[in-house]
Structures are given as structure tokens and as C-alpha cells.
Design a protein around this ligand. Structure first.
Ligand code: GLU
Ligand code: MG
Length: 437
């Protein structure tokens, strides 16, 4: 069959969807300069393909400029087409970043972190997902049999990720029905979020090439476990030395880390609308699901919103290099760029305000009476997306971290998504999300 190779320029948008336009590979050089045309109202297309109350209508023009640093050229060597994609930034026709470009929003957050903390970010997104195809295999949580069942998939996926410039770390059978987890090595700055996009899309592509189907939806069944996205973070100072750890700090946190995490905890209830942005995200963010339900930092505690992760090293220099913490109140309905930007702004605010290092929890907060939670400063995270959106909308500090037009458009987008679900019960909502993520 004749074929003219195409490259697709993409952006991860407010719906956490990866949308774009393709052009012939032979035009790459000129497209790296002039990009492809893009339309403002596209940002209002929610995950169900309905368009909320768009402030843009049919008006306006934008450019999506592919960034060659994100180039993916993936040949599965199965006789199918080579996948070629490049993520990019959305700008106006003069080349100025568009206020709703998630990648530009993340770049601004990274710059703020550098300005207030003198550090750059190293991060890695850990993903859980479930197969929609194949038999249920009950009783196979974490088992060899569960792994063997998908070894071929795992090995193809790892090769594919490596070909895309990611560093394969682990692949395992998780606890839920046909649930798996894949982890990759950390990357600096914006490329960590770019890598999360690649990981999700390449996982889907791999499944398809093997005749399977996967979903990253936050939860498939209200009575079962969720699919989390855990965002691991650590800092490097200007000389690229680790700056996250202090052996004398609370649970090993440096002063900077302590203030950063304190900022996340302070603003957490107002940023979950961005990091866990679907209606059913709030079925997952409930106690006893090993996700996140309160604004606490836990020491090696998998129920905490922020968790200080374990290290295997023994000597202080290696510990400092391994030391990291993870944000657990995120899922794959969020754009990785936007989720990371919200977390970084909250942390940067904590550094700017010199918030004291929070004390760490090593207990089940769900059993504490309300007065004790209040006394100790713990807040139950919003229990619905609508509640979460209200917290975001009413928090002027948080809205102020983003470009002027962002908050109103984001909220309108999400309210459009909720309108689509209005007559559906929890099971139907789960089914709707698993169809699209
Ligand atoms: N599935 C859990 C979540 O929704 C995470 C389980 C774990 O890996 O600790 O975040
Ligand atoms: Mg897991």
C-alpha cells in the first residue's frame, strides 16, 4: 500500500485528552516554525465530546507549535504504521503562549518554583490502569500468573517506552481486577509531564496492537479499587545537587521540601479540581482505598495525599539522591501538565510564605472524630467534583496562579462535563468515563 508518513502535533488539554493535527513528515522543518492551526473553542470540548458554555464561539485562531524535544517515532515492527507524534505549545498568531495551553502553564509554574526556591524539579508519574479485554482472573492480585498473562504486553510496552526515550522502571499486576501498574524513571521539568502523556498513549497503542483494550479511568466500579496517578517529586539545586532531603529534618524533609509540602496541604482542597478532575474521581478519593482523602503528609503511608516514599540507600549522599515524595490525589483524567502545574504553584506558594514543615501522619485519619481532625488541621478533601470546583473558584489565591482567562474557562468546561452526566447513576457514570479514558 502506498503511504506518506504523517507526524501529529498534539497538546494535552483541559479534558486530559491528547488532541492534535497531523502533517506530512516531509513538511516537518517548516511546521516546527509555523505550527498547525488551532481553534480556541477546542479547549471547551470535554471528554464526552460535548461543548460547554464556550466564551470563544466560532471566533479566533491559534497555533500549535510542535516541540522537537518531544519527538516520538515508534515502530512496533508488527507491520502496522510507525507512530510519529510531537507535543507542542499553543500560542496566539504572534507567538505568545495562550492562557489555556497546559504546557505553557506548567513552564510558568516551573519558573516560579525556580524563582522562589532556587530549585528545578525532577518528577515521575506512576500509573495504574486496567484491561477491559480478557477474562477477569479473580485471585490474581500481585501474582506471577497475573503477570505471566500479560508478560507479552508488558515486554512490548517496555520496549515501546524505551524507544520513546522513557526509562522503563517496573511493570506489575496490581490489586484490582485486571489492574496493572507501570512506572518510569524521573525526568526534569516539563519533560516529566510530556513523558506521562507518552506513557498513557503508548500503553493504549500497545494494547490495541495486541488486540486488547485498557482504561486509565479513576474507578471502574464504585465498590472496587481505583486507578491512581502518583506523581513523584524531588528537587535539584542550581548545581544539580539533590535538595529534597535533610537528615535532621522531619521525616527527612529539607526546609524547602517542608514548606513546599505544607503549601500543597494548605491548598489541596482547592487544587484537586485540577488534579482529580472527573466526576468519578471523588469515588476514588475516599478513605480505605489507598488513594487520598485528607490533606495529610504520611510517612510511608499509602492513604496520605502526600507520601514520603521509602529509600533503599544507607549512606546520606545516596539517600539524598533517592529521597522523594509523591502526590497521590491525582488521576489520569487530568492533563499531566496541568496537574503538575497546580501542585507546583501550591508548593511554590508554601515556599514563598515560608510555611513550616508539617508533621507527618502514620495513622488512619478516617477513624478520628471531627473535632480532632479540626484541631490538628486536617481537612476532608471535597467529596464531589462540584464541591471541588467551588473550592477552586472561590480561592482567589489559587485562581491567581493561572493566566487570567484560565479559571472561568476551566470551570465552564467542567460544568459542561457534569451536565452530560446529570441523569446518570454512579455505575453509569463509571461506564461513561471508562469509555473515554
Ligand atoms: N490504587 C490506589 C490508588 O487509587 C493505589 C494503590 C497503591 O499503589 O498504593 O491510588
Ligand atoms: Mg499502585
Amino acid at each position: 500500500m502506498i503511504s506518506k508518513p504523517l507526524v501529529i502535533a498534539t497538546a494535552s488539554d483541559l479534558a486530559g485528552k491528547v488532541r492534535g493535527k497531523a502533517f506530512p513528515l516531509s513538511e516537518l522543518e517548516s511546521r516546527l516554525k509555523k505550527g498547525v492551526g488551532w481553534c480556541p473553542t477546542n479547549v471547551m470540548i470535554n471528554c464526552f465530546d460535548t461543548i460547554g458554555d464556550t466564551p470563544f464561539g466560532a471566533l479566533g485562531d491559534l497555533l500549535l507549535i510542535p516541540d522537537p524535544d518531544t519527538n516520538v517515532e515508534l515502530d512496533f515492527e508488527d507491520g502496522g504504521p510507525v507512530e510519529r507524534l510531537m507535543q507542542g505549545d499553543i500560542t496566539d498568531l504572534e507567538g505568545k503562549p495562550w492562557g489555556l495551553c497546559t504546557r505553557s502553564i506548567l513552564k510558568a509554574a516551573l519558573e516560579r518554583l525556580k524563582a522562589v526556591g532556587g530549585v528545578s524539579l525532577l518528577s515521575a508519574f506512576e500509573h495504574e490502569f486496567q484491561f477491559k479485554t480478557g477474562s477477569d482472573m479473580p485471585g490474581e492480585a500481585y501474582t506471577l500468573a497475573g503477570f505471566t498473562d500479560r508478560r507479552a504486553f508488558g515486554e512490548t510496552l517496555m520496549a515501546a517506552l524505551e524507544n520513546c526515550g522513557l526509562e522503563p522502571d517496573t511493570f506489575m499486576t496490581e490489586f484490582g481486577p485486571k489492574q496493572y501498574e507501570v512506572t518510569i524513571g524521573p525526568k526534569k521539568g516539563v519533560s516529566a509531564a510530556d513523558s506521562a502523556v507518552i506513557l498513557r498513549e503508548v500503553t493504549r497503542m500497545t494494547a490495541k496492537r495486541l488486540g486488547e483494550e485498557v482504561t486509565f479511568t479513576p474507578i471502574r466500579d464504585p465498590d472496587s479499587v481505583g486507578n491512581g496517578v502518583h506523581i513523584h517529586m524531588s528537587f535539584l539545586d542550581e548545581a544539580s545537587n539533590p535538595a529534597t532531603y535533610d537528615e535532621n529534618g522531619v521525616a527527612g524533609m529539607s526546609t524547602l521540601t517542608g514548606s513546599f509540602i505544607a503549601g500543597i496541604l494548605k491548598y489541596l482542597d482547592s487544587i484537586v479540581a485540577i488534579t482529580a478532575p472527573s466526576d468519578i474521581s471523588y469515588l476514588r478519593l475516599t478513605p480505605r482505598r489507598w488513594s487520598a482523602a485528607f490533606n495529610n503528609v504520611g510517612f510511608r503511608d499509602r492513604e496520605a495525599s502526600v507520601r514520603i516514599c521509602p529509600v533503599t540507600a544507607r549512606d546520606p549522599t545516596s539517600i539524598a539522591r533517592q529521597f522523594n515524595f509523591e502526590y497521590r490525589a491525582a488521576d489520569a483524567t487530568a492533563s499531566p501538565h496541568l496537574a503538575l502545574a497546580a501542585i507546583l504553584h501550591a508548593g511554590a506558594q508554601g515556599i514563598e510564605d515560608s510555611l513550616p514543615t508539617p508533621s507527618v501522619t502514620e495513622e488512619d485519619l478516617a477513624v478520628l472524630p471531627v473535632y480532632e481532625l479540626e484541631e490538628r488541621g486536617f481537612v476532608r478533601l471535597p467529596e464531589t467534583l462540584e464541591q471541588a470546583l467551588l473550592r477552586f473558584e472561590n480561592n482567589k489565591t489559587v485562581c491567581g496562579w493561572f493566566p487570567d482567562e484560565f479559571a472561568a474557562v476551566y470551570i465552564a468546561h467542567k460544568r459542561g462535563e457534569l451536565a452530560y452526566l446529570h441523569d446518570k447513576d454512579a455505575a453509569a457514570r463509571c461506564a461513561a468515563y471508562e469509555d473515554v479514558y
